[in-house]
Design a protein around this ligand. Structure first.
Ligand SMILES: Cc1cc2nc3c(=O)[nH]c(=O)nc-3n(C[C@H](O)[C@H](O)[C@H](O)COP(=O)(O)OP(=O)(O)OC[C@H]3O[C@@H](n4cnc5c(N)ncnc54)[C@H](O)[C@@H]3O)c2cc1C
Ligand code: FES
Length: 291
């Protein structure tokens, strides 16, 4: 249920904005999520530029730290909440993300966005939605989950299973508090092993998922996380009776141009940067196994 009608960032056409030229944005707030994940709240500079910016849940952007480089991240705030800022959460991995982690409120950053396709949230209307997120994989799902909560009447039962190794590895503390309190969604949190003071579930995400046992009837499962988690979540969903076209994920294939030109991110004939990052497992099953 990837939105095939979503308009990817077009390749460059004369008279349109040069897609290689980043917007300049100001960091308005930095939130430390975990020991290696920080969230950056950004506002695009220039009169009316931020207001005119439009994106769909699931779309990505390239953030650049000037003089260091550029990397790909999901826009993890929904279009329904972009008045003050757009948000990205970045796990420290190498050079660019280490430099990003050094930024503070008031610093400038480059943003090329929005890019890629989006979740097909219109086709999901009227259905139950079961989100399954691990670690930083919660980022793309946060956008869609908040979008659905902001349009709550359009969707059936909404459930979230979010897990990490330990309580300290869970991001989005403020959101979690809200999600646990809400009576219009079910929130399950899990960590790999018992920890002092932990009052939620304990166990690996696929095992907890099987124990919860969501019904596949009129339900879409959306899962993002490390490849090993996805592999076992997929097996659990299969056991529960979910079909490949009911399971949606986002791919992380390293990117460079982000606009379908450089050929860096292809899987067979598909480019993750413009045909993805959102795919159903039905679509993935028709692509070469190159991940
Ligand atoms: C569509 C998409 C969405 C993404 N969304 C997010 C997000 O919301 N938050 C987030 O923290 N990260 C996200 N990533 C991953 C992020 O782009 C990389 O972690 C980042 O580019 C690393 O940059 P770096 O220069 O700091 O590290 P590098 O120095 O380039 O790499 C450091 C290490 O990480 C590995 N690595 C880097 N990128 C990837 C990758 N894509 N897949 C597997 N291994 C990789 C390298 O091989 C190396 O071992 C996303 C990637 C894609 C393609
Ligand atoms: S990143 Fe260049 S083609 Fe996808």
């Amino acid at each position: 249920m990837a939105n095939e009608n979503a308009t990817p960032t077009p390749t460059y056409e004369p008279g349109t904005r040069n897609p290689y030229m980043p917007y300049v944005a100001t960091v308005v707030e930095v939130v430390t999520e975990t020991h290696n994940i920080k969230t950056f709240r950004l506002r695009l500079d220039g009169e009316g530029v931020h207001e005119a910016f439009d994106h769909k849940p699931g779309q990505t952007g390239q953030l650049s730290v000037f003089g260091v480089g550029e990397s790909t991240f999901v826009i993890n705030s929904p279009p329904t909440r972009k008045d003050k800022y757009i948000q990205f959460s970045c796990m420290r991995a190498g050079e660019v993300t280490t430099a990003l982690h050094g930024l503070q409120a008031g610093d400038k950053i480059g943003v090329r966005a929005p890019m890629g396709n989006s979740f097909d949230y219109d086709a999901m209307k009227g259905k139950d939605i079961f989100f399954i997120g691990g670690g930083i994989g919660m980022a793309p799902m946060r956008t869609l989950l908040l979008y659905m909560l902001d349009n709550r009447k359009d969707y059936g039962k909404i459930s979230l299973l979010y897990g990490a190794k330990s309580p300290e590895d869970l991001s989005f503390a403020e959101d979690r508090e809200d999600w646990l309190k809400r009576d219009d969604m079910n929130t399950y949190l899990t960590i790999d092993k018992e920890a002092p003071g932990w009052e939620h579930k304990v166990g690996l995400i696929p095992h907890v998922l099987e124990a919860i046992g969501p019904s596949p009837e009129n339900c879409v499962a959306i899962t993002c996380g490390p490849p090993i988690m996805i592999k076992f979540v997929l097996q659990a969903l299969n056991k529960l009776g979910f079909k490949p076209d009911q399971i949606v994920t986002t791919l992380e294939k390293r990117m460079k141009c982000g606009i379908g030109i450089c050929g860096r991110c292809n899987i067979g004939g598909k480019y993750v940067c413009i045909d993805g990052p959102v795919f159903t497992f039905e679509q993935l099953s028709q692509m070469p196994n190159e991940l």
